[in-house]
Design a protein around this ligand. Structure first.
Ligand code: PLP
Length: 337
């Protein structure tokens, strides 16, 4: 109950099925905080969807999905010598350097690997000549395909085409190509097996189905000038202090650095819950149709929120709408109808 993600099950499941149907070869990405749902829940859901492969972000995450999902597991982080390589035949390693390939072969019997190209993302991988030559010269591995991780926002079809032409492979794991770009690519290369790796668009693609709520745990009347909270700040007006479930441990009031470039959208993202050094910040909690101010920075598990006099405060046990960033939020409970 405290900080809960309510999910409209029928709507969400319809979206998952529709996304699966629209994206042949879909490889669901299950990583990090499980996009707010948790890793275990999404692993079971990928099984329910009938997917033959899922992708995790790191080797540490393999154990979280392995018992809940019966298919193959692609690890998105590249294998490095400092990683204790899993020898499970269900694990597909991502490789981006010749030395790692040789090293992995020395440690694991005939590992299954994906060879990754270093795209304009500049995260990991072989450059295009290295990729073509690794494909030709790799020994003692089972190459499952090549991989491309492209920047967000579409418009990277030409880049994908260049890789396909210069480092041919029968199967490509691709990240962040749009659905219509995938369709175009497939049309131009009918024999190619494309495996789109999708997280956000799948799990969080139907926002109507998702309703995060925070429980009001206490309500106190406060008079202007009275001091409250850890920081003993004086209330600026008469009103009520709400103690609401959701603090730093849940990721409340924290935000990833804003992606938005414009000042206006940056201001917007601050208003959604980022804490500025100005001392006051708009909380992500809504009372009577309006986002309310934090009294002070969020505590570990609760936040103090101010409701001015004249607005009827909620009752203990009421649940407030709360805006969250799903990839940084840990809910106490996820209730799927
Ligand atoms: C996280 C990740 C994805 C999934 O990204 P979304 O934007 O959540 O769909 C795909 N590919 C790679 C390599 C990733 O790290």
């Amino acid at each position: 109950m405290p900080l809960t993600l309510y999910v409209d099950g029928p709507l969400w499941r319809d979206h998952l099925k529709a996304t699966g149907a629209a994206s042949p070869g879909l490889v669901p990405v299950v990583k990090g905080n499980g996009y707010g749902f948790g890793m275990a829940s999404l692993a079971r859901r990928a099984e329910w969807m009938g997917c033959d492969t899922l992708a995790v972000g790191t080797y540490r995450e393999v154990g979280e999905v392995a018992k809940r999902f019966s298919g193959d597991i692609v690890v998105l982080e590249p294998w490095r010598p400092y990683i204790d390589a899993s020898s499970s035949s269900r694990v597909i390693h991502t490789l981006g350097r010749d030395c790692d390939l040789r090293d992995l072969v020395a440690r694991v019997e005939r590992p299954r690997v994906v060879l990754e190209g270093l795209t304009s993302m500049r995260r990991h991988g072989f450059d295009v000549e290295q990729l073509a030559s690794a494909q030709r010269s790799a020994r003692g591995v089972r190459i499952e395909g090549h991989a491309l991780h492209l920047p967000l926002g579409g418009g990277h079809l030409r880049e994908a085409e260049r890789w396909l032409a210069d480092a041919p492979a029968a199967r490509w794991f691709v990240s962040h190509l749009e659905v219509d770009e995938l369709a175009q690519l497939q049309q131009r290369h009918p024999g190619l097996v494309l495996r789109p790796r999708v997280g956000t668009g799948l799990w969080l693609g139907e926002r109507q189905a998702l309703a995060p709520r925070a429980t009001v745990q206490d309500v106190h009347p406060v008079r202007r000038g009275e001091r409250v909270g850890y920081r003993q700040r004086a209330a600026t007006r008469d009103g009520h202090i709400l103690v609401v479930a959701g603090g730093t441990a849940h990721g409340i009031g924290l935000e990833a650095p804003p992606a938005a470039a414009s000042t206006r959208s940056r201001a917007g993202s601050v208003a959604r819950g980022g804490l500025l050094a100005v001392g006051r910040a708009l909380s992500p909690f809504t009372v009577a149709g309006r986002q309310r101010w934090f009294v002070e920075p969020p505590h570990m598990q609760v936040s103090l929120v101010f409701v001015p006099g004249g607005t009827r405060p909620p009752a203990i046990g009421d649940e407030l709408e709360v805006q969250v960033r799903y990839t940084t939020t840990t809910f106490d409970e996820v209730r799927i109808s």
